[in-house]
Design a protein around this ligand. Structure first.
Ligand code: SF4
Length: 195
């Protein structure tokens, strides 16, 4: 059953106020997510980066620009929670290590993920980005390349994607079918849903 307006607003406020990992996070807890019960597309990503933490805006960077291009949507559409929800596996910036950001905080998804996703009964397309989100949403799908290569198995409800980071340029070059086959279908599907 769909959550009432008070229910989802309360759950979102509670998630945004979460400090569960304060003792292990490198910065203050700052959950960054976009939720609305009318959303039809869910972006299931990894965790906010430092720039998202500072700005309080998810995907406001080169990765976001590439993701919007993949989806064929502009910023207004992307940041319209009534159309597109954004709930990463870890809601707070986890810190960095050599070579990139640390994994999402393991405690986060068990605490929040099911509760938040249950607030959005109209989701018809879940974009599962990167290995941490794929391990949760598509646990049988294998590594990122195997999961994305097998995208037709989950179509049209779930679409596994590689991370849109510029660091993934080599993967995109090795897998030209991704841009040639998957992305045109994905753009059509997104256009239907955000219409
Ligand atoms: S990562 Fe998740 S569980 Fe940890 S403080 Fe942030 S919102 Fe809370």
């Amino acid at each position: 059953m769909a959550a009432g307006a008070g229910d989802w607003r309360r759950a979102l406020a509670e998630a945004r106020a979460c400090t569960h990992c304060a003792s292990v996070l490198p910065l203050e807890p700052k959950p960054i997510l976009q939720v609305d019960p009318h959303a039809r597309i869910l972006i299931a990503g990894q965790a906010p980066g430092r720039r998202a933490h500072d700005a309080g805006i998810p995907f406001d960077d080169a990765s976001g620009d590439r993701l919007r291009a993949w989806l064929g949507v502009d910023r207004d559409t992307f940041y319209d929670a009534r159309r597109i929800a954004i709930v990463p596996m870890g809601l707070c910036f986890p810190g960095t290590a050599k070579g990139g950001d640390l994994p999402p905080l393991a405690a986060c998804a068990p605490l929040w993920r099911t509760r938040l996703l249950n607030l959005m009964p109209e989701i018809q397309l879940t974009l599962v980005i990167g290995r941490y989100a794929q391990a949760w949403h598509l646990p049988e799908a294998g590594d990122v390349t195997a999961a994305v290569t097998g995208w037709r198995a989950h179509w049209p409800a779930v679409v596994p994607l590689p991370h849109p980071s510029p660091r993934n340029q080599a993967w995109l070059k090795r897998n030209p079918w991704f841009a040639a086959d998957l992305l045109p279908r994905l753009r059509e599907r997104v256009a239907e849903l955000v219409g």
